[in-house]
Design a protein around this ligand. Structure first.
Ligand SMILES: Cc1ncc(COP(=O)(O)O)c(C=O)c1O
Length: 448
């Protein structure tokens, strides 16, 4: 294809399409993807790129997986769609719920399906409020989440998301959504005399619950490893202390596993790293490797029992809940995840990626932090390594590094000046090494 093919498509795109995070200036330099080959994307000019964010953290199995394509085709021939509303079900949704109850946390055995992550956040907020009403505590409605947390952008999910640029043009936010600082090992400053940084960061939750009044707080939602906020891996003592606080004040712990679920961090689910069980969980993305929009929530036995015995309908519904085609693809995907041991692959390839980044960039004067868990890593660029002073946003360091990687055949995303790497779990080791070389080369090109 000619080099003008992509530019011509971008012109047509600009005339009629509105994009997520629509930004005309950014989009003018956009890519138009026409093909996918395993861990690579192909643009409209025919050029190949390493898909260093697995699409949007979701396509862990890579492109062209016939198991997923055939599961979709088979199911569409058999029954493309059926309602999942109460009074209707389908075998694939039943099988998927059974299978999830075997692989998620032992106390999580009940599932409600959605079309993605944001809908799952809303579903968990409504499940938590419904539960506390059934328990005779209707005033427990507030939601605590964290700065740099990302939980989607439906209005309620947006209020959980802890990044103010997502709110600015949509205020006012829903009352009763509050944020605490994040356990950011590189930047969190624990008060003097704290037992540890992780305990201090967890105690921020206790302080917020006490400030708001425990009788008003319904839930705390957190990603085991923050993804879109810049790959922030918590300290090992953080989540065990969070669990204690939630138990002490009767606050439900919601694990947002939309990115960390199904192997990405080197365990099947993120909180397994620290031996912690949530009360509610949510997932999306990798459950279908992005081949179909499917997500869901997992509900603990204790909450489900209250729900099932109440006789009070849960008046919450999506047309595409329990979509048979989505569930069929998810079942085929679980076959891949278990058959190819995605958690083990992510652990070993993630180790290789992190070690490679540290070797290639660890001494660079503008690389402040290199971090990761499993196959999700982040490189944080700073103006001054000694003081951790960030670059001025007007320097556009993150976007310039991103542009330099695109020129060198790799595509991902940045959060400010943090470059995120979360390639498909099937990525060959040579490609992992290539992604390190490309980022190192791009870094030198932009920052010397
Ligand atoms: C942790 C987390 N939760 C929720 C969401 C929202 O998912 P969706 O974009 O499918 O609504 C995302 C999306 O990146 C996410 O990373």
């Amino acid at each position: 294809m000619s080099n003008d093919a992509e530019a011509a498509l971008i012109d047509r795109d600009a005339a009629h399409l509105i994009h997520p995070l629509h930004n005309r200036a950014v989009h003018a330099q956009g890519k138009v993807w026409v093909g996918g080959e395993g861990a690579y994307l192909v643009d409209a000019n025919g050029d190949r790129y390493i898909d260093c964010l697995s699409g949007l953290w979701n396509n862990t199995a890579g492109n062209g997986r016939t198991e997923l394509i055939e599961a979709a085709t088979r199911q569409m021939h058999e029954l493309a769609y059926a309602s999942g509303y109460t009074g209707s079900s389908n075998p694939r949704a039943i099988e998927l719920a059974e299978r999830l109850s075997r692989i998620t946390y032992p106390n999580i055995n009940h599932f409600y399906f959605t079309s993605g992550g944001g809908e799952s956040t809303d579903s968990n907020i409504k499940m938590a409020r419904y539960y506390w009403k059934l328990r005779g505590k209707p005033e427990k409605t507030k939601v605590v989440s964290r700065v740099w947390g990302y939980h989607g952008v439906t209005l309620a999910a947006m209020c959980c998301t802890g990044m103010s640029p997502y709110w600015k043009m949509f205020e006012p936010r829903i009352p009763g959504f509050v944020h605490i600082p994040t356990p950011y090992p590189y930047r969190y400053e624990a008060p003097a005399g704290s037992a540890s940084q992780g305990i201090a960061a967890a105690n921020e939750l206790e302080q917020k619950i006490l400030e708001e009044g425990p009788e008003t707080v319904a839930m705390f939602i957190a990603e085991p490893v923050q993804g879109a906020g810049g790959v922030i891996v918590p300290q090992d003592d953080y989540f065990p202390r969070i669990r204690e606080i939630c138990d002490q004040y009767d606050v439900l712990l919601v694990s947002d596993e939309v990115i960390t679920g199904f192997g990405r961090t080197g365990k099947m689910f993120g909180l397994q790293h620290w031996g912690v069980e949530p009360d509610l969980m949510q997932f999306a993305k990798a459950i279908t490797s992005g081949y179909f929009p499917l997500g869901g929530i997992g509900v603990s036995d204790a909450i489900a029992e209250v729900m099932l015995e109440s006789g009070e309908p849960w008046m919450h519904a999506y047309t595409y809940s329990s979509h048979p085609t989505g569930c069929a693809i998810a079942l085929a995907m679980l076959g891949i995840i278990e058959g190819e041991d995605f958690p083990a692959q992510a652990a070993s390839k993630g180790h290789r990626l992190l070690a490679g980044l540290k070797t290639a960039l660890g001494d660079h004067p503008h690389v402040g932090d290199i971090r990761g868990l499993g196959l999700m890593c982040g490189v944080e660029y700073v103006k001054d390594r000694a003081t951790k002073e960030p670059f001025d946003a007007n320097d556009s360091v993150g976007p310039r590094i991103h542009a330099a990687t695109v020129e060198r055949g790799m595509f991902s995303r940045v959060r400010g000046d943090v470059y995120c790497l979360a390639p498909p779990i099937v990525t060959p080791e040579q490609t992992i090494d290539d992604s390190v070389s490309i980022l190192a080369d791009a870094t030198r090109a932009v920052l010397g």
